[in-house]
Design a protein around this ligand. Sequence first.
Ligand SMILES: Cc1cc2nc3c(=O)[nH]c(=O)nc-3n(C[C@H](O)[C@H](O)[C@H](O)COP(=O)(O)O)c2cc1C
Length: 206
Amino acid sequence: MEKFTIDQIKSWDRFYRGNFINSLSGFKSVSLIGTANAAGIPNLAIFSNIVHLGADPALIGFVNRPLEAAPHTLGNIKETKSYTINHIHIGIYQQAHQTSAKYPKDCSEFDVTGLTPAWHSPIHSPFVAESKIRYALQLEEIIPIRQNNTFFVIGAITDVFLDKSLLENDGFIKIDEADSLASLGIDGYYKTEKIDRLPYAKATTV
Ligand SMILES: Cc1cc2nc3c(=O)[nH]c(=O)nc-3n(C[C@H](O)[C@H](O)[C@H](O)COP(=O)(O)O)c2cc1C
């Protein structure tokens, strides 16, 4: 096994180093975040730094890059406090990836990718009609991360949309059966396959 120190890693080419560090923390869920500004102009962008924060209250966090790199989703969320998160499946991953391009503020990524906005009044933000698992959030808090000028955005789940056939009897969502993808780095997309579900682990005597 080879050892790489952080000084070695820092000496590498920027793109090589980026791919290496971006893959290191492992597979992530990947989704499209839908927003609209106060005037109702929609925006859609792909995000993979999305994390479950707790079930009660039901909170989800995501990391937004510095504002100059990724301004539109965060700007709309600040303006309206509303956003949607939409799982990506194998049928839409290329269109989903395309939303990461730097489009101008007034350009809707729905229009350029051909993905369909779905509006569920009174929720202000658009969902992705093609997505099989989608949910709406209300902004709770934006925490600036001073080390790298990113933001941790915390939202409370308000509404969830999915087909009931994706639910196990105990509430577990079979997201693999919805063909939801996982991602690695910023350009690797993966199918998932369940191995097992295990019983609640109890401490054993040693
Ligand atoms: C697979 C993938 C995952 C991404 N994950 C994130 C992320 O978690 N946070 C982020 O700020 N940008 C992420 N991006 C980049 C954004 O999609 C990109 O900056 C986008 O233009 C932001 O758009 P906005 O300005 O409309 O919000 C990711 C891109 C790709 C391709």
